[in-house]
Design a protein around this ligand. Structure first.
Ligand code: AMP
Length: 436
């Protein structure tokens, strides 16, 4: 706690976080809190699960308390934007626990639920408004809230907001908040667009980086099983059934795929739920609560729905399908090994996905350990009329200089050329072959 004290936070906030059980600040908190307290703009490069919410939430609350003002009706003094409903609710719930010994008020607004109660709540004004961009603009257009008194703007998980197409909404919102303001931008990865966004919206920002952009969570043990797409669901069911005490998040690329897989798991006797775009907010909340409280063992999710959610105790993240965008892999595996715990990230990779796997390895700078099967040659989608000769196979993957066999590949059988084409794991992987 002494370390938290030395960061300059008020006693009221220190008392609250002591009660929550935070003892030592995480690296992002240690670095960011003093800078934010000084009033600097900040560009925070941090993975999910690093304690980002307190890194911006605590100094923000401190500064709002110091100003000692109360919010005007329909106004917000500080605005926090996040890409998904789940993340907004999570941030709001964390903030509420930080400020519960203060007169500050936190309000959250998200899409997918009735707007009228939100309009009513905003009528009184709020100190901190946490919102998804779309619903916020709806409320602005209905004149339920105005933002010109917001002198703090936080963009959390900015890269994901861009991925979700919120760039126009962000531009519009940035024009509505107070011109003289403190802006904090957090992102797990740093694509060009984020650099541009930072240049436009931040004024002489301090940069805080707790892990280089794209680096995957250090405590996550990552492995990959190569197999045919059709073999995946049976393989996953076996793997999950094998370990009764795991809490798992399984990622699929599409909502239909996620729903199908969830049903397959349930049919196999696994207590599984799903969160994706076809589920109502209540259904999603219930599923997340189920996993948190242990009534569900597995949550099957799409990237967008699971973005940023904090479920302590997720021991395994399965990539049932690899994400189209390599950065999403970093976000996915950041769902495990949170706040000091360790975790496993297990990817099931078909021939069609090998190129995606290579992109992930390039981004993260690591070679993911092969737990079973053998890396097939990547299947290239060739446009009609160009190089499309029947029977022609793409070149064998030789990037590692050992004929496609990767270093660290211990448990996978050496497949013949024929087996290679089929991409099926020959035997159950040895999952205990590294220190837990
Ligand atoms: P976040 O990255 O903000 O989603 O935080 C990830 C998890 O770490 C949450 O469960 C937080 O409650 C927890 N956490 C954040 N800061 C600390 C801290 N200083 N000590 C212990 N746990 C923390």
């Amino acid at each position: 706690m002494t370390e938290f004290k030395s960061l300059g936070l008020s006693d009221t906030l220190l008392k609250a976080i002591e009660e929550i059980g935070y003892d030592t600040p995480t690296p992002i908190q240690k670095n960011a809190i003093p800078l934010i307290l000084k009033g600097n703009d900040l560009l925070g490069l941090a993975q999910t699960g690093t304690g980002k919410t307190a890194a911006f939430g605590l100094p923000l609350a401190h500064r709002l308390l110091e100003e000692g003002r109360t919010p005007e009706p329909k106004a917000a003094r500080a605005l926090i934007l996040a890409p998904t409903r789940e993340l907004v609710n999570q941030i709001a719930s964390n903030l509420t626990s930080f400020i519960r010994k203060t007169p500050l008020r936190v309000t959250s607004v998200v899409g997918g639920v009735s707007i009228n109660p939100q309009i009513k709540r905003l009528g009184r004004g709020t100190d901190i408004l946490v919102a998804t961009p779309g619903r916020l603009l709806d409320l602005v257009d209905r004149k339920a809230v105005h933002l010109n008194k917001a002198s703090y703007l936080v963009l959390d998980e900015a890269d994901q907001m861009l991925d979700l197409g919120f760039i126009h909404a962000l531009r519009r919102i940035a024009g509505l908040v107070a011109e003289k303001r403190q802006t904090l931008l957090f992102s797990a990865t740093m694509p060009r667009q984020i650099e541009d966004l930072a240049r436009t919206y931040l004024h002489k920002p301090e940069r805080v980086e707790v892990a280089p952009a794209g680096k995957t969570a250090e405590r996550v043990a990552q492995s990959v099983h190569f197999m045919d797409q059709k073999a995946k669901s049976g393989f996953l069911v076996d793997m999950i059934c094998e370990r009764a005490d795991d809490t798992c998040l399984v990622f699929c690329r599409t909502k239909h795929g996620a729903e199908r897989l969830m049903k397959r798991l349930v049919a196999a006797g696994v207590s599984a739920g799903s969160i994706h775009g076809n589920k109502s907010q209540n259904q999603r909340d219930r599923a997340i609560k189920g996993l948190r409280e242990g009534t569900l063992k597995v949550l099957v999710a799409t990237d967008v729905a699971a973005r940023g959610i904090d479920i302590p105790g997720v021991s395994h993240v399965y990539n049932f399908e690899l994400p189209e965008v390599a950065e999403a892999y970093v976000h996915r595996i950041g769902r495990t090994a949170r706040a000091g715990a360790s975790g496993d990230a297990i990817s099931l990779c078909s021939a069609e996905e090998v190129a995606l796997l290579r992109q992930i390895e390039k981004l993260t700078g690591i070679e993911i350990e092969v737990a079973s099967g053998e890396a097939p040659a990547p299947v290239k989608l060739v446009r009609k009329g160009r190089n499309q000769r029947s029977g022609q196979r793409p070149a064998q993957h030789k990037a590692r200089g050992n004929g496609g066999q990767r270093s660290g590949e211990k448990s996978g059988p050496k497949a013949s050329a024929n087996e290679n084409r089929k991409n099926r794991p020959k035997r159950r992987p040895r999952r205990e072959n590294r220190a837990a």
